[in-house]
Design a protein around this ligand. Structure first.
Ligand SMILES: Cc1ncc(COP(=O)(O)O)c(C=O)c1O
Length: 369
């Protein structure tokens, strides 16, 4: 057994020779961005792989969130979760929208639909849930509330690449969903992201919006932004798509190892697979009950770190604890008891396609006593 540092994630990299061949094509064509051939191919390939009607590629996973809110002309107040990466709420702030935090469900880490209605005011225009760790939100309950109050639903599906419920993509829920293809994600294009939409008209509008609003050589139809994915990363993405299934299966095996070893450990809990769900094993969060385990989450986290095993306290602190948001009336501990509890107990264990049996054993040795 060695003692090299075990990182929480490791990027899925395409074969370098194959990437070089595609780069050669780009060099030959001299078409390096602006809706080139690899960009077009990747949009079609992703729509097919993800079982969704339309995909629009972006330079990262934050800009499609900002753009979705623009496209749907969302304003006023939006109901969202504090238990996510800051980009979710930042996207609202960048659009001048007031975030209203609603508590999560401890069984999934996702926005609790039972608590949404109480937070709706005449200014509410949309709900922005997150499929945290790739675990599907209760999309039917959320849609029922949205329909009852005439609200839009935009899913931050940054973690939910390839996740399906009863054979259907989770990305088909709501009005739009957004993905992140950041290096740390199950499927990456180094930096990158996408928006998923249901109809051709919306796809066209989003394609304008991500290119400054240009609808033709001389026509600008909206105050768009520049968030187009370039040809290098589109080519890289095509290659990674060929190996993402194998990477997800490798992650699945890691999850099986973890669960088998951790089921005996008092004071440590984790989630099992959900019935009917095709998971992507993007993260493996464990929850430390300090009283029963005999060590706090932070004590365990820093002990692991000292021994070269890097977990991540993801999502700690909560978004609502950051200076921009902590003054909001909905940011309090009283309003969000479950989110504060989860943020205090969670450690995401190292999870990626290249963890060896030795690595897994070293990680578990830190936790199993
Ligand atoms: C839930 C969530 N939303 C949005 C983002 C933003 O994605 P990106 O880093 O690609 O801009 C992330 C990424 O890290 C995320 O985890």
């Amino acid at each position: 057994m060695n003692n090299k540092t075990i990182t929480v994630t490791s990027p899925l990299l395409p074969n370098l020779d194959e990437f070089h061949e595609l780069l050669q094509k780009i060099w030959d064509s001299k078409w390096i961005t602006n809706n080139g051939s690899f960009h077009k191919q990747l949009e079609v390939a992703l729509a097919e792989y993800l079982k969704v009607p339309y995909v629009s590629l972006f330079t990262n996973g934050t800009l499609p969130l900002i753009t979705a809110l623009q496209a749907l002309r969302i304003n006023g107040e939006v109901i969202t979760t504090p238990y996510s990466f800051v980009a979710t709420t930042h996207a609202l702030w960048w659009n001048g929208i007031k975030p209203v935090f609603v508590d999560i469900d401890l069984a999934t880490g996702n926005l609790d639909p039972n608590k949404i209605e109480a937070a709706i005011t005449p200014k509410t225009t949309a709900i922005m849930p997150v499929h945290v760790y790739g675990k599907p939100c209760k999309t039917k309950e959320i849609q029922d509330i949205a329909d009852k109050y005439g609200l839009k639903v935009i899913y931050d599906a940054a973690h939910a690449f390839g996740v399906e419920v009863n054979g259907e993509s989770i990305l088909n829920a709501g009005d739009m969903s957004t993905l992140s293809f950041h290096a740390t994600k199950v499927y990456n294009t180094i930096e990158g992201g996408a928006m998923v939409m249901h109809d051709e008209k919306t796809k066209k509008r989003i394609d304008y919006l991500k290119n400054f609003g240009f609808a033709g050589e001389t026509e600008v139809v909206a105050p768009g932004i520049n968030s187009k994915m370039d040809e290098m990363r589109s080519a890289y993405g095509l290659l990674n798509l060929k190996q993402v299934d194998a990477a997800i299966e490798a992650r699945h095996q890691v999850a099986i190892h973890y669960r088998e070893a951790l089921k005996k450990v008092e004071g440590i809990s984790y989630w099992d697979d959900m019935p009917g769900v095709k998971h992507n094993y993007s993260y493996f969060p464990i929850f430390v009950d300090a009283k029963t385990y005999g060590m706090t989450r932070d004590e365990l986290y820093f002990k692991m770190k000292e021994h070269g095993v890097l977990g991540r306290r993801y999502f700690y602190p909560l978004i609502c604890e950051f200076s921009t948001y902590r003054g909001l009336p909905s940011a309090t501990k009283e309003n969000l008891p479950n989110a504060y509890k989860m943020a205090d107990e969670v450690i995401c264990l190292p999870m990626h396609h290249a963890l060896s049996d030795d690595d897994i054993q070293r990680i578990l040795n830190e936790i199993v006593r």
